[in-house]
Design a protein around this ligand. Structure first.
Ligand code: NI
Ligand code: MN
Length: 218
């Protein structure tokens, strides 16, 4: 059974019962955080880019849990005393639970020489696409052709990323069966009504998950 646990903003965990994958672990200073950096569990920590609201507590969590951080090499330069795997866009990494593929995102990286990325993850018999921070781009069609996406996790907050109209179009480009909106309502600048997003999405189920809640991915 695969579980999605939403910790607020863009931080969430995928748990297949054996492995816990933590994404964009921004908890300290996150007004929407539903767990603390000291409590959260992880075997792998996947970071999309080095903006503070994504890399967040990554180093501290990887050090405490002895997890392995995954990201592009520039972002993996977080410390010599933690486990990291640096990879790059287009690469696929096979791990005991499935695989992790890095896919493009269009956004600034927050670090010199870096790029922002998204992830396609195979875990628990499902394919999950997490866009990270990005605008809408037409190559999302390629991402959806390469892997049949069961759940797309997309930012909808606008201002720093795509907003609800473009995110709804992204769902069509991806051909995703389900979509979980993130990266909204953390601050007033990214205030959005997820119900309005839901009304714009065609051909997919919108799963609105509040911080602190979890969803069984079926
Ligand atoms: Ni960002
Ligand atoms: Mn962000």
């Amino acid at each position: 059974m695969l579980k999605f646990r939403y910790y607020g903003h863009s931080c969430f965990q995928l748990d297949d019962g054996n492995y816990k994958l933590l994404f964009d672990p921004f908890l300290t200073g996150n007004p929407a955080a539903s767990i603390t950096s000291n409590e959260v569990q992880a075997d792998y920590v996947l970071i999309t880019h080095a903006h503070g609201d994504h890399i967040g507590d990554g180093y501290e969590i990887v050090k405490r849990t002895d997890a392995t951080a995954i990201g592009i090499p520039e972002v993996m330069d977080i410390g010599d005393d933690v486990n990291t795997i640096g990879m790059n866009v287009g690469g696929t990494l096979y791990l005991p639970f499935g695989y992790v593929r890095i896919v493009p995102a269009i956004h600034s990286s927050g670090i010199a020489g870096g790029v922002a990325v998204g992830y396609v993850v195979s875990i628990g018999g499902k394919i999950i696409y997490y866009a990270g921070d990005t605008c809408l781009f037409s190559d999302m069609k390629l991402i959806g052709e390469r892997d049949r996406i069961d759940y797309a996790i997309l930012p909808i907050g606008d201002h720093y990323t795509m907003g609800i109209e473009d995110a709804a179009r992204a769902v069509e480009f991806l051909g995703a069966k389900n979509v979980i909106p993130v990266h909204y309502n953390t601050w007033s600048l990214i205030k959005q009504d997820p119900k309005e997003f839901e009304s714009l999405v065609k051909g997919a189920t919108v799963c609105i998950v509040d911080p602190g809640e979890s969803l069984r991915l079926i």
